[in-house]
Design a protein around this ligand. Sequence first.
Ligand SMILES: C[S@@+](CC[C@H](N)C(=O)[O-])C[C@H]1O[C@@H](n2cnc3c(N)ncnc32)[C@H](O)[C@@H]1O
Length: 219
Amino acid sequence: MPYSTTFGDHFYCRTDGRAECDHVFIDANHLHERWAAGGECVIGELGFGTGLNFCETWRQWSAFQGTTPTHGSLHFISFELFPMDRESIKRALIQWPILEHERERLAAAWPDTPSGIVSLEFDDNVRLSVICGDALSNLATSQQTFDAWYLDGFAPSRNPDMWSLELMQAVYDHTRPGGSFGTYAAAGFVRRNLQTAGFKVERRPGFAGKREMLCGIKD
Ligand SMILES: C[S@@+](CC[C@H](N)C(=O)[O-])C[C@H]1O[C@@H](n2cnc3c(N)ncnc32)[C@H](O)[C@@H]1O
């Protein structure tokens, strides 16, 4: 169970990080509906960590492609200040045998010393870009726009910088009209920052007994 001593928090929920990803990020962003429309889907993530969210999204994307006549592409772009090494990623993901295909491909392609922009191409029209460095500085200067966001920067109380108004504004400004976000965070200041940035914010039941989570859209 990976744990950050720098931030004093776990990388994902202890019950089942993969099922949490499905509830908080994939379902709350209505990704299957988005994928059914075809075309390019660009997902942004704050905090790549172990790559669990990427691998689960890729797994669901591939399964979905087998069920739909429409064809599209997936570009998963994640912002990460402290990229992990290959062995740590493998060790974390090994607890989900269902992700073996994705884990092995990610680990095989992952650089020895990740830095700058790690850009990887996989099967099923899947592309991964991990932008190494501080999320706010890199997003603020980016020209990219996004369809959906995974806001996953540790608990707001442990890492408030990943939930600041400045960063939530940058997320909103880089979101395409009709784009969305999902997060397990439910703290009042996070909700207010997302609303002030411009998102229409909705509260939903959280994962594994958590009372609330947040999701929302840009009109
Ligand atoms: C909860 S973990 C993300 C878990 C990840 N999505 C996964 O699937 O394993 C939060 C991540 O945010 C990163 N992080 C913390 N502060 C950051 C910052 N200012 N900019 C970019 N990444 C940051 C941490 O290094 C950590 O990997």
